[in-house]
Design a protein around this ligand. Structure first.
Ligand code: ADP
Length: 559
């Protein structure tokens, strides 16, 4: 008998009506705005009531080593851990990001966990879900339409067409839209100009939605977003276009957290989905706060490796929301560690203790980094069928030397049962009471100093080298007083360096900074290293080619 695919396991799930799942953490029927039987949004009245009356539980972040093509499994372990915590009698909810259609049809596939640690209904979550990403796409493109219309109608704001930084978006991997010319045609068709598309999850709208605490906060942030510069080089904002109300209105439902369930019928909030390499990589503050207020252990996840997702979780999300994490789970796989130790992807099934030991340097660095935020870490080894006893023993020995807890997690194969040890150890770690969260840098330091702190302390490079153009941007932000904000580095996820081919734990490198710009609404400064793309492309054979749906609505090939 072959292994069941993720979609087969998800299809066989015995889902409970969502109101029964929500009731487990104190929601009443009237609190829910349901999208069918198994998906719901949470009403504003419920959010306010819960915020005012609840005591917060403990906050657990799930992060990982630098990703490799061998795969890590952060979402799988996050879901497994929340299932495991519930199994050992601890009330737990998980708060995850919403998948983007780009990766679903590209290489990665869906993002709803895997094996017996999934959130369901997985096909809905991976496709249109409750329409949040579509609403964000519309909101973003309303701004674009208003910019070009404003110019067409006489350009009272004197927007400089050569300095429009606001880009159109679509939630799809579509390289042909990276660079486009718009408004071709006759006089009535507007002024032709170069424009660009990003994937929706890279947009400032996505970041703003994830960082807003209510509609008023959302509107204030939208108003501050800079769409470009005028002929005097001064910033032009959404408030100047007088459309923050309309944009906020388009996002009125998208801002409310969604709830679904895990395969073991425990509550899962899934809301907001910025990528962690080109954006801040965390689910919404609203969803995380709801999970914290309604459960004893809230499990949340940040994208890619701990150098990107976890750093931004701590320095952007926790700082802004006043959150303080109690523990970090760092997910690794033996296969991925062997790749970091130099093993070719084709050779990963062969036992190789030596390469594992070498690749452990990547994991060690992430563990040391997490300690710099004052939060204790535990390693979760996401077990794969071909991991050998000798490799596992070596890893346990290395972790012991490093003084960090380790748990073998079999939640992919066994669901919550396979994560019971991890759950127990996480509870013990939190009970030790060692967490004393502090962000890495002072936001009031200069941009150059803040970036250098991240480069030296987290990536362990020599220094950040700013190009002339990037340095000019730094000066501009200092002049307009928008430099005292946290930093959101856009960097390859595959390496501590800005070169995706350098794996492991490299030293003696600089990080080149090519562009610096402010996301004034989100409230952070985006610092872009070389070669980073805000609109991915599809591979030669996209995942889309293997997908199908039959006349009964049964889906295959979604993973
Ligand atoms: P991440 O959140 O780190 O991107 P995911 O949890 O989404 O990773 O997992 C990526 C893929 O790997 C999923 O398709 C999942 O089914 C698969 N996967 C995860 N853990 C295992 C495992 N232990 N064995 C086999 N496949 C796994």
């Amino acid at each position: 008998m072959g292994f069941k695919t993720d979609i087969q396991i998800a299809d066989e799930a015995k889902m409970l009506p969502i109101e029964e799942v929500a009731a487990k953490i104190g929601f009443e029927k009237d609190d829910l705005e349901q999208y069918g039987k198994y998906k719901t949004k949470i009403s504003w009245d419920a959010i306010k009531r819960i915020e005012e009356n609840s005591e917060n539980g403990k906050l657990i972040l799930v992060s990982a080593i630098s990703p490799t093509p061998a795969g890590e499994g952060k979402s799988t372990v996050s879901i497994g851990l929340t299932q495991g915590l519930n199994r050992i009698g601890k009330k737990s909810a998980v708060a995850l990001r919403e998948p983007s259609l780009g990766p679903v049809f590209g290489v990665k596939g869906g993002a709803a966990g895997g094996g017996y640690s999934q959130v369901v209904p997985m096909e809905d979550i991976n496709l249109h879900f409750t329409g949040d990403l579509h609403a964000m796409t519309a909101a973003n493109n309303l701004i674009s339409a208003c910019i070009d219309n404003h110019i067409h109608q006489g350009n009272a704001l004197r927007i400089d067409c050569r300095q429009i930084t606001w880009k159109r978006v679509i939630d799809m991997n579509d390289r042909s839209l990276r660079n486009v010319v718009i408004s071709l045609g006759k006089k009535a068709d507007g002024f032709p100009r170069e424009d660009h598309f990003m994937i929706t999850v890279a947009s400032e709208i996505m970041a703003v939605l994830c960082l807003s605490e209510n509609i008023e906060d959302l509107k204030n942030r939208l108003a501050k977003m800079i769409i470009g510069y005028n002929l005097d080089n001064e910033p032009v904002t959404v408030a100047d276009l007088e459309i923050q109300g309309a944009v906020a209105m388009l996002l009125k439902d998208a801002l409310k957290p969604n709830m679904v369930q895990t395969l073991e019928n425990t509550p899962a909030f899934i809301h907001g989905g910025p990528f962690a390499n080109i954006a801040h990589g965390c689910n919404s503050i609203l969803a995380t706060k709801l999970a914290l207020a309604t459960s004893d252990y809230a499990v949340t996840e940040a994208g890619f490796g701990a150098d990107l997702g976890a750093e931004k979780f701590m320095d952007i999300k926790c700082r802004m929301a006043g959150l303080s994490p109690d523990a970090v789970v760092i997910v690794a796989t033996i296969k991925a560690l062997k790749m970091h130790g130099g093993v070719d992807k084709k050779e990963l099934k062969t036992e190789n203790v030596e390469a594992l030991e070498k690749g452990f340097a990547n994991l060690r660095r992430h563990v040391e980094n997490i300690k710099k935020f004052g939060v204790p870490a535990i390693i979760a080894i996401n077990r794969f069928a071909d991991d050998t006893e000798a490799e596992i023993a070596k890893l346990e020995e290395l972790c012991k030397e490093l003084g960090v807890r380790i748990s073998l997690c079999e939640c992919f194969a066994k669901g919550g049962e396979g994560a019971e040890d991890l759950a127990k150890q996480v509870v013990e770690l939190i009970d030790e009471g060692k967490a004393d969260f502090k962000p890495l840098y002072d936001v009031n330091a200069s941009i150059v100093d803040k970036v250098n702190t991240i480069v030296k302390e987290i990536y362990r490079g020599r220094e950040a080298k700013f190009t002339k153009a990037a340095m000019n941007q730094v000066k501009k932000l200092e002049e307009i007083g928008l430099d005292k904000l946290p930093i959101c580095v856009a960097k390859t996820q595959f390496s501590f360096t800005d070169d995706q081919k350098i794996m492991g734990a490299p030293t003696d490198f600089d990080i080149e900074i090519q562009d610096v710009r402010v996301s004034a609404g989100a409230g952070f400064i985006v610092v872009q290293t070389s070669n980073i793309m805000v609109m991915p492309g599809l591979p030669k054979v996209p995942a889309a080619n293997k997908m199908d749906i039959d006349n009964n609505g049964v889906i295959t090939g979604l993973f």
